[in-house]
Design a protein around this ligand. Structure first.
Ligand code: PRP
Ligand code: URA
Length: 206
């Protein structure tokens, strides 16, 4: 299933990203902030466990999210700034990496590097800012599923309605949290209005 954010702060930050005056270092920083807010939405009602800690008033039995079960996996390159953001919240999580490149003629994604910790029984959070045709994300989910995680969540900044629907159809068992769903893809399979090429904008390679 998928869920588009209704948070006005997230929408505000997404619209700053769309602005071509937003410089690469600002772009990376806003991506980090949006990723932080999205991970809060994703774990808002997630399962917790109880633990007794020592507070200034003595022992307190209270709830925590099990960070040791979390594995963040950015889809490189554009997903990399999202990793910095989510690690600021969940500092004890693990991380793996998938490097994928979309062929700009066929729009098919190609996986050329994979470095993953043991994912069995883990909560995997895939990070990719853009879901255009949905090919890269869907292929990334396929790779992760081979490693038998307990749960797969994705955090995405802008998705086209076509791409989001496609990923949802192929993987109805995962949960996508998306900051913004945009209307359409252009003839080059870029999201409109979108923000252009997220990797190029983040890493100053336009
Ligand atoms: C972009 C983006 C997604 C993909 C989305 O990456 O970060 O991974 O395209 O397109 P899709 O939904 O049609 O597959 P790209 O392959 O351009 O690589 P980059 O991150 O290095 O820029
Ligand atoms: N990749 C991007 O970075 N942006 C798009 O709109 C489509 C693919």
């Amino acid at each position: 299933m998928y869920q588009e954010s209704s948070n006005a702060v997230i929408k505000h930050l997404v619209n700053i990203l769309r602005d071509t005056n937003t410089k690469p270092h600002e772009f990376r920083s806003y991506i980090e902030q949006i990723a932080k807010l999205l991970v809060c939405e994703a774990f808002n009602t997630h399962e917790t466990f109880s633990k007794t800690i020592t507070t200034w008033q003595g022992p307190l039995n209270t709830t925590f999210i099990d960070e040791k079960k979390l594995v963040f996996i950015p889809i490189l390159r554009a997903g990399e700034p999202m990793l910095n953001g989510v690690f600021e919240i969940f500092k004890h999580a693990q991380s793996g990496f998938l490097a994928m490149k979309r062929d700009e003629t066929t729009a098919k994604s190609h996986l050329f590097y994979e470095k993953l910790p043991d994912l069995k029984g883990k909560i995997v959070v895939l990070l990719d800012p853009m879901v255009a045709t949905g090919g890269s994300l869907s292929d990334g989910i396929d790779v992760v599923k081979q490693h038998e995680p307990k749960e797969i969540i994705t955090l995405n900044i802008i998705g086209s309605s076509h791409g989001v629907q496609r990923v949802n159809d192929l993987h109805s068992d995962i949960h996508m949290y998306i900051a913004q769903i945009d209307e359409k893809l252009n003839e080059n399979n870029y999201i409109c209005p979108g923000l252009g090429d997220a990797g190029d904008r983040a890493f100053n390679t336009l």
